[in-house]
Design a protein around this ligand. Structure first.
Ligand code: R5P
Length: 302
């Protein structure tokens, strides 16, 4: 059955790369914001037969941009799904490389909700066949989906890029004890014996402020600090500062979803990073590694 890719406004770069790699047709969307603030989206086609009875792949990341925030990205995604349903899509696969709200995966304080789960419940309620995301903050939340759900791992391609930058005597450092398992898995991509360590990060649940502690043996080692998300850069900057104090040589600040909000770039480079590396999950200047291979490998084989 013919496949067609619907490229959402938040994923134009990755979308074109996926279309080229798969050799399939794609369509984009038309968006605007009405004077009252409501979002509008239409799939940019004149003939609904392009969608009718086709296997439709929808691609829309949910990172905020200078134009719209993640709430708008979410609404745009829902509109894309609903539009292709109305036009009679046969199968709907939804790819959301960066899932906004993924960090609200637990109740940290009384009165909160686990909104990551609700975001997925809403997407699921529209009746999709398959959901793909990349390095989601907590894969457990995917259990909310009744359709097939896949969390694609981008570690191999990130590691390949870092090696191409000439990193030597690598130590992988997790900026948070909670992410140590992920860092261990990441370290395997650099070799069997690559050491992994972590700093202790404590977040004040009321103010959101973080403090980090730790002294590691990093003398003359190239350090890869890996996280799923760089938002304001506060976590990464503190880890870099401690890594420098621990004697690190080069420091690579790596995140699958480098949102780079506020002064994140300044903070991270000012703290002493040699390079900031992100993927095209987010269309920005840190998107040095493309997710095209890991996503299309999955799509070609399923
Ligand atoms: C939190 O648990 C995440 O894994 C990241 O460490 C965090 O979201 C980064 O946020 P920021 O860049 O604002 O410190």
């Amino acid at each position: 059955m013919e496949k067609i890719l619907v490229i959402g406004p938040a994923s134009q770069l990755l979308g074109i790369r996926i279309r080229r790699e798969l050799g399939i047709k794609s369509v984009n969307t038309e968006t605007k914001i009405f004077p009252d603030g409501e979002n509008y989206l239409r799939i940019n086609i004149d003939d609904e037969n392009l969608i009718k009875n086709k296997e439709v792949i929808i691609l829309q990341s949910m990172g905020p941009s200078s134009r719209v925030n993640q709430n708008a990205r979410f609404l745009e995604l829902l509109m894309m799904i609903d539009s292709v349903k109305v036009m009679g899509a046969y199968k709907i696969s939804v790819i959301v490389p960066y899932l906004a709200y993924a960090r609200q995966d637990k109740i940290f304080r009384v009165g909160e909700c686990t909104f990551a789960k609700n975001i997925l419940k809403v997407i699921n309620s529209l009746g999709i066949d398959e959901f793909l995301t990349v390095d989601i903050h907590n894969p457990d939340v995917l259990e909310e989906l009744s359709c097939k759900a896949i969390n694609i791992d981008s570690m191999s391609i990130l590691a390949e890029y870092i090696q191409s930058r000439g990193a030597k005597d690598i130590v992988v450092v997790s900026p948070d004890k909670g992410a140590i398992e992920r860092s261990k898995a990441f370290a395997h991509h650099f070799g069997e014996k690559v050491p992994v360590d972590y700093f202790d990060k404590i977040r004040d649940l009321k103010t959101g402020e973080i403090t980090m502690k730790g002294q590691l043996s990093l003398k003359n080692r190239d350090v890869v600090i890996a996280d799923d998300i760089i938002a304001t850069g506060g976590t990464m900057a503190q880890a870099i500062k401690l890594a420098k104090e621990s004697g690190a040589n080069k420091i690579f600040a790596v995140a699958t979803h480098a949102l780079m909000l506020q002064q994140a770039t300044y903070r991270i480079l000012d703290a002493g990073a040699d390079e900031i590396i992100g993927t095209d999950s987010i269309d920005n200047e840190m998107a040095k590694v493309s997710l095209v291979k890991v996503i299309t490998d999955y799509l070609k084989n399923n």
